[in-house]
Ligand binder design. Structure first.
Ligand code: FES
Length: 174
């Protein structure tokens, strides 16, 4: 009888120890979970902040960077010359590679026009036969020098600031 009581006591003690150990494990898990989430958030913010602070100003402000368009030797003829420019631009915490099309007008002292329609930003196309630019989205038409001829666009194709450095035409996107 006494033996049975001892066995029961031993079982009860063992069970109590198991429960205590399970509680400890649960407590450790409950502490680790928020600590891990918090560390991940801090790590992500720190990496993004470091990238932002280390980025050169020119990369953060693509519209203040001079981009090469083409050597002057390639800019001739009576038609606008299309060029696709590639540049990096920061968008919030991310740096994205962007492309923008421009047209150079060799007959107008290499003036550079944005190919983005001023109506809603679709890229216009040069029509060699008609000698005009056509926006495929809503049909706006622009003359060979970018002046609006048919709406819904209300203004001309935007002219972009440009310069020549060492025989290369450069442009600033806006
Ligand atoms: S976006 Fe060009 S006409 Fe609408």
């Amino acid at each position: 009888m006494e033996n049975e009581k001892r066995i029961d006591d031993a079982r009860a003690s063992h069970s109590t120890q198991q429960t205590a150990s399970a509680n400890q494990t649960r407590r450790r898990f409950l502490w680790l979970l928020p600590a891990t989430v918090f560390s991940s958030i801090i790590g992500t913010v720190a990496v993004a902040a470091a990238r932002f602070l280390n980025a050169p100003a020119s990369a953060r402000q693509a519209n203040e960077t001079w981009l090469n368009v083409a050597p002057l030797s390639e800019l001739n003829g009576s038609d606008p010359v299309m060029r696709e420019l590639t540049f990096e631009q920061d968008e919030g915490w991310l740096r994205a590679t962007k492309k923008q099309v421009v047209f150079v007008l060799p007959q107008k002292n290499n003036q550079v026009l944005s190919a983005m329609c001023p109506h809603q930003g679709c890229p216009v196309a040069w029509r060699k036969t008609e000698r005009d630019f056509l926006c495929p989205c809503h049909g706006s038409q622009f003359s060979a020098d970018g002046a609006v001829q048919t709406g819904p666009a209300q203004s001309d194709l935007p002219a972009l600031p440009s310069r020549v450095v060492d025989g290369v035409l450069q442009v600033k996107l806006s």
